[in-house]
Ligand binder design. Sequence first.
Ligand SMILES: Cc1ncc(COP(=O)(O)O)c(C=O)c1O
Length: 367
Amino acid sequence: MAPQVTRSSQLLDLAVGQPDPALLPVDQFQNCSVNASRLAYGEQTGDASFRKALASWLSEDYGQPVHADRLLLTNGSSNALDMVCTQFGRPGATVLVEDPSYFIAMDLFRERGMNVVAVPMDDEGINLAALEQAIDQYQPNFFYTVPSFHNPTGVTQPLQRRNDLVALCARTQCPIIADEIYQSLYFTQKPPRPLAMFDDDAPVVSIGSFSKILAPGLRLGWIQGTEAIVSRFGNAALLRSGGGLAPVTSALVEPLLLNGEFEQTLNRLRQIYSERADCLYHSLEAAFGEQIHMVRPDGGFFIWLSFVDGRDVSNYQEAAKQAGVNFLPGQLCSENNGFQSSMRLCFAWYSEPQLQEACNRLASVLA
Ligand SMILES: Cc1ncc(COP(=O)(O)O)c(C=O)c1O
């Protein structure tokens, strides 16, 4: 199987949702060292001094205190989702997701033998009336959501929607699994705080990751929740057997958190991705005009483009590839096979000239 970062020289593949390899912070990992404690089996919730450094950085970024004992380290968001399935799922159970949703998360739930049921969104995130009805009807084991700079739509839940969502979760005791992977990748305006920071009586697990804000190869992320939730995850057999996750990687990232280099790298990424988002958005606007609908992204990785004439974009995918460009058909992100006229386009992987060229190629097939 090809490594995830392989690029073809001919194809501009906007379906890929990954950071630009040219922006990976190689220099910051040149003089790495680890001490003996990080080479031993680690603390079940993850190294304490790293969690302290992470909590301090998150407190700044979220504008509200985060305590180290409410964090548990993971090997990224995907690993956290897998651990969520162990703790909250079981074969035959139902999981509610947004329609559309992150397609690989849905695959992950299916791999665990769970039934995925999609609930509609609007331009502020999940439709709460529909969610309440689905909770009532399916008695799900949990609801999976991407609250900030949603994958694939780019939508960010505003504060009121978050308040209402968490209140619904507290009332019904339906756990919320909030994949907050794009939370800190804002361009101009910080999103409201992660869902785990609203109400301790609501069973909410927020998941964070360094994949999009530093480097995915680190396989480093975290779970944030109440102490009860953290201890539930921390006592999983996986961690009782193997110790806490990422002891070595967390040792490599810790100095970057403490000396400000991580913040500098992240600010640079915010700037570059923001320019790329603008570039792709304006190129698409110029090429397609009234034919499409898009929301201008203010963070994250994606533009969600919909054709107003209702055409099925997957009919054009082969021709687009022939023209040297690819996109992710919206239908792949929908449990209900909806969103046939939409596509997800990633602006993070390519430079501005390449994004313009990708847009020209798309227009040659679809405009
Ligand atoms: C919503 C969402 N969750 C999880 C992931 C994967 O995250 P990680 O690399 O931390 O496992 C991605 C990557 O595209 C994503 O968009």
